[in-house]
Every structure is written in C-alpha cells, then in structure tokens.
Design a protein around this ligand. Structure first.
Ligand SMILES: Nc1ncnc2c1ncn2[C@@H]1O[C@H](COP(=O)(O)OP(=O)(O)O)[C@@H](O)[C@H]1O
Ligand SMILES: N[C@@H](CCC(=O)OP(=O)(O)O)C(=O)O
Length: 366
C-alpha cells in the first residue's frame, strides 16, 4: 500500500458546542478517524480550530467574542483545553501528539519557516501527530490568518502533502446556501470561479470564522500547489479513509497538474519579504523564463533599493512587468559597481530563482 501524507483541518463548527466548550464526543470521533489512517502507516497532520470557541465560556463571555483582546483571551484559555482534550482522545487510540502554534510570521521569517518544517518532519518521522493552530493570543490582528483554512493549505504545501481535507459542519460545497430548499451539492470542482466565491461569502456558521469562501480560497491555493482538497464533514469512524479513497461524502476540488517547488523555492517565491528590485532586459527575461538560466549582470538595467547578499529581490522587465523573485548573490551597492564587469557575473543563481510572471507557484518542468 502506498503511504500518503494528508493534512486534515477541523473547523470550530465541527468541534465546539453551540453555546461554547468542546464537543468531546465529536472530537473523539475525529481522533478515531485519524488514528485509523495512522495505524495503516499514513502520515497525518492535524490543523485544528476551536481555541476561541472552547475557551470563551471559561473566561466568562456569554457568546463568542468579537473584539481582538477578548478573542485572544478566550484562545489563551481554550487552546490548553483543546490540547488536553486531544491528548486524552489520542492517548486512547495509542497515539502521541505534539503542538505547533504558528503565525503568518512563521512563514515570512526564514528561520521560523525552516524550523517549523524541521519540527514537522521530525514529528512525522517519530510517528507523533502534529497538531497545529494559529498562535491566536499573540498574532497581530492585521497579520492573522483569521481562520485556519488558509493556514492548512500553506502547511500542505510546505510538507508536500498528497491531500488536504477541510472538515466542517456541512457535507460539501453547494451551489447556494445549503439551507436553501433548491441547493445542490457539488461532488467535484475543477475551477473555482469568482461567482462561487461571491456566493460562499455571505453565510457562515455561528462558531466558524471563514465560511465556505475561505475554504474555497484555500482549496484554490492547494490546487496551484498540485494538491487535491476535500471539503465535507468526514466525521464517521472510517470517514477519512473514504475521503482518501475518493469516496468521501463531500466535494473534491481537483488539483492542477503542478509539481510543487522545493521548500526553499517556495519560501523565496511565496513568503519572502522583497528587499529590493532589479530591472532586466528582454534577453535576460527570456533566459530566466524559458532557458532555465541564472540572471547575469549583463542583462540588468537597474538596481533599486538597499539590500544585502542573500536578500530576496523582485525582478521586473523594462515595462515594469513582474518576472520573478530571486536571492541576490551580492549586495545592492556591489551590484551597481559591477554592472559592466567582464566576464559577466551571476546576480541571481537559477537554483534560487522563481518565475512569477507565468502565474505559477510551482515548477512547470524547468
Ligand atoms: N455554498 C455553500 N456551500 C456550503 N456551505 C456554505 C456555502 N455558503 C456558505 N456556507 C456556510 O459555510 C459554513 C462552514 O464554514 P465555517 O462556519 O467557517 O466552518 P468551520 O468552522 O468549519 O471553518 C457552513 O455551515 C455554511 O453555513
Ligand atoms: N484559531 C482560531 C480559529 C478561528 C476559527 O473559527 O476558524 P474556523 O473554524 O476554521 O473558521 C481558533 O482556534 O479559535
């Protein structure tokens, strides 16, 4: 049997009681479903929401809070309760768990990104289930993921998962709100259209925060990573098995046939902060986009900004069209003085370059 790596995200709506607190029976059902796949040798990573929903009653709020400080206080209490419940549930299944709390910065800051990756790999190697949530209590509001759907798609990309399952309180994506009498479920989706996003925007459950829109956006992100997403309930004891086998009761969002970049290129292409700009001529653009070559000084028309060796710079053509991003081999000032050097020197090596002008975040064979 082929061993698969699956990222499973469970939303607050599936884990929490309407009036707050954890629905232990449901959490245990999900734990059993995960343990079933784990026992067969598959690799599972759990992204869990529910800290705010689990904690708000304990803090003394009557309903799920809306202000940042109240949500953060509820999450500070709820995250511990949530992990305690998971520890207990997975111990009964003979599984060990480890907790990672991530923020957007965990992806943007290269050391954190590498460390998160290394921790995940080590936990998987030791057959310990990584349980991930956003670090709600310290995340700056403007920087938060807000819901965990997007975070789940990023983690799926980082660890090159074979599949992503977004488990929620509804058994798939409908062509209108599922409460509507004429709503029809979609068994599969090839292309996520703007109309689908608009329709899905308007309603969400009382406990969740992203609604169906954020799931579709995350699925679209996973699609570009070459990863298939399932959206549905998946809470039966063999629910995840069915999802992995392609028989889940929900909606499959098919992957594009892309091959995901290796970890370092993903960081450069997607998450890295841009610290400067290079403007290049048409010959250099062709060499980068279609020749699989490195960027040489001879093709560079202008060096903008102040950056050091190893910084990531954005590269534009002479009409200001974006071409890609790459790691500078030398600092900006050195580049400016060495623009005309003969023989030409490498400003960005092909191993540290990603083309973004093709609209792809993945290798297309080059
Ligand atoms: N087109 C749609 N198909 C299915 N569900 C939809 C659709 N549009 C909106 N929804 C709502 O999305 C909700 C799930 O999102 P959300 O409340 O954020 O859950 P979670 O906590 O699992 O992330 C469903 O309960 C449903 O009310
Ligand atoms: N990190 C937050 C997630 C917030 C949330 O509701 O997300 P979701 O249920 O995935 O829409 C928590 O644990 O409460």
């Amino acid at each position: 049997m082929e061993r698969k790596r699956m990222v499973v995200k469970i939303g607050s709506s599936s884990l929490a009681n309407r009036e707050g607190g954890i629905a232990i029976d449901r959490l245990e059902r999900f734990s059993k479903a995960i343990a079933h796949l784990h026992d067969q040798g598959h690799e599972l990573i759990l992204i869990t929401s529910g800290a705010v929903a689990a904690g708000f009653q304990h803090v003394g709020y009557a309903t799920r809070p809306v202000t940042t400080e109240k949500k953060q206080a509820a999450a500070a209490v709820g995250q511990g309760l949530l992990m305690e419940a998971y520890q207990h549930a997975f111990m009964k299944e003979g599984m060990k768990v480890g907790q990672l709390l991530l923020t957007r910065e965990s992806f943007q800051e290269e050391h954190q990104y590498n460390n998160a990756y290394a921790t995940l790999q080590e936990l998987l190697k030791r057959r310990i289930l990584p349980i991930i949530n956003e670090n709600d209590s310290i995340a700056v509001e403007e920087l938060t993921f807000g819901d965990n759907d997007w975070l789940a798609s990023l983690v799926a990309g980082l660890i090159k998962a074979d599949a992503l399952a977004l488990l929620t309180d509804v058994n798939g994506v409908y062509d209108r709100h599922p409460h509507h009498p004429n709503a029809h479920k979609k068994d599969s989706i090839d292309v996520i259209t703007a109309d689908m996003l608009v329709q899905a925007d308007s309603h969400r459950s009382t406990l969740g925060s992203g609604g169906m829109r954020s799931k579709l956006e995350a699925a679209r992100n996973a699609q570009t990573f070459g990863i298939q997403t399932f959206i549905g309930k998946g809470d039966a004891p063999r629910g995840l098995q069915a999802i992995m086998d392609g028989n889940g009761d929900g909606t499959y969002v098919y992957a594009k046939p892309n091959h995901l970049w290796p970890k370092e290129k993903q960081w450069v292409g997607i998450y890295s902060p841009v610290e400067g700009e290079l403007v290049i001529d048409e010959g250099a653009k062709d060499a980068l986009l279609y020749g699989g070559k490195s960027l040489l000084s001879v093709g560079v028309r202008a060096v903008k900004g102040t950056f050091s060796k190893g910084s990531v710079v954005a590269v534009f053509d002479e009409r200001h069209g974006p071409v890609g991003k790459g790691r500078a081999t030398i600092a900006a000032d050195d580049m400016r003085t060495r623009l005309d050097e003969q023989p030409a020197i490498t400003f960005i090596h092909r191993d540290h370059w990603v083309s973004t002008s093709k609209g792809s975040v993945c290798s297309d064979g080059m």
